[in-house]
Ligand binder design. Structure first.
Ligand code: AMP
Length: 304
């Protein structure tokens, strides 16, 4: 593969988040599924982000993405307000209560990819309207693999579009509640079978502090979450997991079982760092050596 980094194309929300946890509050902080994804994925691959923000989006946030070497050629600024999400976490840090979802500029967003991005080989459709996810995927000429994420909001409002998207992706990531909601099955194994019969070859079910279970028709892999002394803000845990996971697969160029298992652990390491502070603060200061040391510790923790 040489030293050249592979690139992953990521569409998703770039947002201003208002988040309250039992430990503090952040008001209109930088967030969004594509933002957390990209800030995490940059450790293993290059990233180009496809999204839209409003005129109220602070210049310093755009600058931060550029400083992180995230390609923003397909990040548009439109007239109107930036996507805004407001969430409240109680002591059950796995499930926030959504207080507001204001789509704003995303409501009429019809992405048109730059020519360079139409040639990308690896595509991640982070959580956003499944119709937008499909529009992006269809513009990519010849992807080697594609993956998508979603959330309860879209399962509730755009299930049909989401099911057509699932027919076209190799990997699907969601949390346990979303897997149950989508399939109508209570048992996770039944839900996994239902989802795998709808298209994806690989299904990754995220269970917050209870870890991740990964299903394919050939194997199942179960990984715990990294045990942390303190979780400050779980927002973006799923997206930063996806960032580590997908970019490791992108770098490795394949989806075999051994690679997928390692990718799950790298995803879990990235997510564990992300939840240690509000917004993107920890991902921004994170160093590759810290990722390596937590990965090695993960091995120790799960050896038997
Ligand atoms: P998670 O990784 O699941 O914690 O994702 C949190 C991020 O998802 C936040 O930064 C939000 O801005 C973003 N978000 C929340 N609701 C939606 C939605 N309906 N569509 C797209 N992004 C969302």
């Amino acid at each position: 593969m040489g030293n050249k980094k592979q690139k992953v194309l990521a569409v998703g929300s770039v947002a201003l988040d208002t988040v309250k946890t039992p430990f503090g509050k952040a008001e209109r902080a930088l967030g969004g599924s594509a933002t957390f994804f990209s800030a995490s994925a940059r450790f293993f691959s290059d990233v180009s982000v496809v999204a839209v923000v409003g005129e109220d989006f602070p210049q310093k946030h755009l600058q931060l993405l550029k400083n992180l070497k995230i390609d923003t050629r397909d990040l548009k600024v439109a007239s109107g307000k930036t996507f805004h999400w407001e969430g409240l976490y109680s002591y059950d840090l796995n499930n926030p209560k959504t207080l507001k979802t204001e789509l704003n500029v995303f409501e009429h967003f019809k992405p048109v990819l730059s020519d360079e991005n139409r040639s990308q080989r690896f595509v991640f459709l982070a959580n956003i309207d499944p119709e937008i996810q499909l529009t992006v995927l269809k513009q990519v000429r010849n992807p080697l693999f594609s993956a998508c994420d979603t959330m309860n909001f879209w399962i509730g409002t755009k299930k049909k579009a989401l099911l057509s998207l699932l027919k076209n992706v190799d990997i699907f990531l969601c949390n346990d509640g979303e897997a149950r909601q989508l399939s109508g099955e209570y048992g996770l194994l039944q839900a996994a079978k239902w989802i795998l019969s709808r298209g994806p070859k690989l299904l990754v079910i995220k269970k917050g502090e209870h870890g991740v279970t990964c299903f394919s028709k050939k194997f199942t892999f179960v990984a715990p979450a990294y045990p942390l002394e303190q979780v400050f803000d779980p927002t973006g845990a799923g997206d930063s997991f996806a960032g580590g996971f997908i970019s490791y697969l992108t770098r490795s160029h394949n989806l075999d079982e051994a690679t997928v298992r390692k990718a799950v652990i790298y995803g879990s390491v990235l997510a564990s760092y992300n939840v240690e502070s509000f917004s993107l603060n920890r991902l921004v200061s994170l160093k590759p050596s810290e990722i390596d040391s937590r990965y090695e510790h993960f091995k120790e923790l799960t050896k038997f």
